[in-house]
Design a protein around this ligand. Sequence first.
Ligand SMILES: C[S@@+](CC[C@H](N)C(=O)[O-])C[C@H]1O[C@@H](n2cnc3c(N)ncnc32)[C@H](O)[C@@H]1O
Length: 301
Amino acid sequence: MGHLNASYQQAFWNVDMPDRVVNVASVPKRSPFRYPGGKTWLVPRVREWLRSQRRRPDLLIEPFAGGATVGLTAAFEELAEHVLLVELDAEVAAVWKTILQLDAEWLAERILAFDLTHDNVREELAKTDKGTPEVAFRTVLKNRTFHGGILAPGASLMKNGESGKGLRSRWYPATLAQRIRAIAKIRGRFTFQEGDGVQVIQDYSNIKDATFFIDPPYTAGTATGKRAGSRLYTHHRLDHEHLFSAMQHVKGDFLMTYDDAADVHELAERHAFQTRLVSMKNTHHAKMSELLIGRSLDWVS
Ligand SMILES: C[S@@+](CC[C@H](N)C(=O)[O-])C[C@H]1O[C@@H](n2cnc3c(N)ncnc32)[C@H](O)[C@@H]1O
């Protein structure tokens, strides 16, 4: 899983022509998280999508925020007036609350001051205080020192690091602090809500100007309940049928992204949504595909 994640994170964007491969290194990385299935590689497409709207959306909602790659891009690049991030996972939520509502500077300083050794990480992660900023710090620490950035139960601390570079292989305190401060500076453009993304979709479904970017937890075969779903996220189970019917009632535009799997095609077809397969190349030059789903995908070049 960690391997898959790494190849996603370092993916190269392949626009329709096979020899026009855009390096995702050209997409600014803004999230404090590294995220299994993070959507950095999709950013150029999301820009196309948001710019294709008749007018700039008043509100972009990311109901399954995770590392919020798309919400951050929209806010920084002013592709939407305001961004609403929603996340169910209490640990991930603590990070967004601390940065956007509580004390981003405390978190940045805490990261800069931490001496990253195996002992210090173990000692820190054994702490049980439940204050939101403390939980946020432990979450960032786990995300940077656990295999594949996986926060779900069962994830484990890296021993030799990724690419054999030791525990510090994904710990970039100065970069993390800079990203946190940059987000905090524009925090007026965000609202964060801890809770169920599908509920929020329903709450905003009558608002014409609310636009949704949907990247739900999904493992091939789980949309119709055939498989249990692997544990990339603590909250990895979702009723995809329920999500699709919620999307059918939404008045604003939306873009969903899923693995290219038969059960997802089936769901999209049944709800009369359009699908487009887009491809990317990872660093090993393996071609990977991702399924975009929307009411109308005419903007996809
Ligand atoms: C595929 S990840 C999103 C990754 C994100 N697009 C990125 O680029 O970092 C899905 C996220 O949805 C969260 N999640 C799962 N069930 C949820 C629910 N019912 N409501 C809100 N968030 C949920 C998971 O905790 C996870 O963080």
